[in-house]
Ligand binder design. Structure first.
Ligand SMILES: NC(=O)c1ccc[n+]([C@@H]2O[C@H](COP(=O)([O-])OP(=O)(O)OC[C@H]3O[C@@H](n4cnc5c(N)ncnc54)[C@H](O)[C@@H]3O)[C@@H](O)[C@H]2O)c1
Length: 256
């Protein structure tokens, strides 16, 4: 690859072992970027790296909810590629529909830690380097569930709502350093995660996917990981150089 929107840029993509993160890592590499493929599931991260191939990608294991692990991931990017321009926070976990009185404190904490605290930790470790360069782009994958609630997704909706507000607060705080911070709100998407919001056998999962999720999308079909990758490329690249604090719904109209 000799030219592309991300030529000469280095990106960390968390959650890149599956679904949207994998699609983002692939597109970024196609566009000439060097990509750290980070995931809790090391095997999955390595599989993504192998699929993309070449020396412009590097797989690392990270737990985005753990301060030390995140620090190591950011240091790894600087060691392997000597640079860091783009951070995409895509790692996340779902919540099975649960009445609030049945939700345990540990379930609540886990969802908030992986979906929200992770953004604090990754940004905290990436920003000192970006500030030195006076340039950077941070893209947080939130959810349309962060602005449009569903019953029983209490902790998940709260975690994504917080991710959205954190995106805006960071956009203002980091603007003087030319670091842009934006978020994408995917709607229900065809990835391994979607079935994990539902409990029950495969038949129930498939029928609930149709009745609950698909039926809520005005454009009439589930979002594909590549749809999110295209939006992430726009926000990560100079195409959006005057865009910060923006929350881009890629949801087939679910948020209207
Ligand atoms: N699928 C949907 O319908 C949907 C809709 C809106 C928003 N989202 C959000 O989009 C993002 C990507 O979701 P997806 O659908 O691609 O899911 P996915 O399950 O396919 O991928 C999520 C990845 O995150 C990784 N991960 C989980 N916990 C981690 C941790 N502690 N540290 C590092 N990596 C970890 C997983 O191993 C997995 O590879 C998530 O933040 C999710 O909440 C998904």
């Amino acid at each position: 690859m000799t030219s592309g929107l991300l030529q000469g840029r280095t990106a960390i993509v968390t959650g890149a072992g599956s679904g949207m993160g994998r699609a983002i890592a692939k597109l970024f590499a196609e566009q000439g970027g060097q990509v750290i493929i980070a995931d809790l599931n090391q095997e999955a991260a390595e599989k993504t790296a192998k699929e993309i191939g070449g020396s412009q990608v590097f797989a690392v294991k990270v737990d985005v909810a753990d301060d030390l692990s995140v620090a190591k991931m950011v240091k790894g990017s600087l060691t392997v590629f000597g640079d860091l321009d783009i951070l995409v926070n895509c790692a996340g976990i779902p919540q099975v529909f649960t009445p609030i009185e049945e939700l345990s404190e540990s379930q609540w904490d886990k969802i908030m830690n992986v979906n929200t605290k992770s953004i604090f930790l990754t940004v905290k470790h990436a920003v000192p380097y970006m500030k030195k360069k006076n340039k950077g782009s941070i893209v947080n994958i939130a959810s349309i569930a962060g602005v449009r609630a569903r019953p029983g997704l209490n902790a998940y909706c709260a975690s994504k709502g917080a991710a959205i507000m954190l995106t805006k607060a960071l956009a203002l705080e980091l603007a003087p350093f030319q670091i842009r911070v934006n978020a994408i709100n995917p709607g229900p998407a065809e990835t391994p995660m979607l079935g994990q919001f539902i409990s029950g056998d495969q038949q129930k999962i498939e029928s609930d996917k149709k009745n609950i999720f698909l039926s809520s999308i005005p454009l009439g079909s589930l979002i594909q990981p590549e749809d999110i990758a295209h939006a992430a490329l726009y926000l990560a690249s100079d195409l959006s150089r005057k865009v910060t604090g923006e929350i881009l719904n890629v949801d087939g109209g679910r948020g209207i």
